[in-house]
Design a protein around this ligand. Sequence first.
Ligand code: ADP
Length: 171
Amino acid sequence: MPVIEVVLGDLVEERVDAIVTAANESLLGGGGVDRAVHAAAGPELAGAGSALAPLDPGDAVATPAFRLGPRIRHVIHTVGPVWEGGGYDEAELLASCYRRCLEVADALGARSLAIPAISTGVYGYPAADAARIAVSTVRSVRTRVEVVRLVAFDEGSRDLLRSELAAQGVS
Ligand code: ADP
């Protein structure tokens, strides 16, 4: 199990081997965190991403981090589920995003990984439920990734993630 850290801040300012972006199936760049990642990485990111598209919800693929390097080496693109009330496998798909991102990071040899709160923005996933899934999935994965930093963009999300770490006995 990797060490899990919770931080408040901008994902693209992280200093880690790989960051995860909450993409859409086209991998061409979307809104929210994905916009920030594409803006910081440069237009090459959309070119590399679209060559691997379409990507199914719950899956993940990696590209170079382009202009985010050398501070960040890889961008892992994952497509979270759109929240449609909870009856459409959203929880399983969200857990799959975290699992697949860890698998891809491990295969790349990344030892540190920063992940935003996938699906909790435009895709509407309830933040408390998403925080529970994020923590429980990351802690259940066997991986050579040593540090997973869960990056919250607002204090409410940060507090939910911290509560989950405590509730699940991680901190
Ligand atoms: P999704 O479409 O998967 O819901 P969003 O990008 O809309 O993705 O939102 C996912 C989460 O990322 C939200 O909690 C949002 O507040 C957060 N977020 C937005 N910009 C950033 C950023 N620059 N760094 C970290 N998190 C961010």
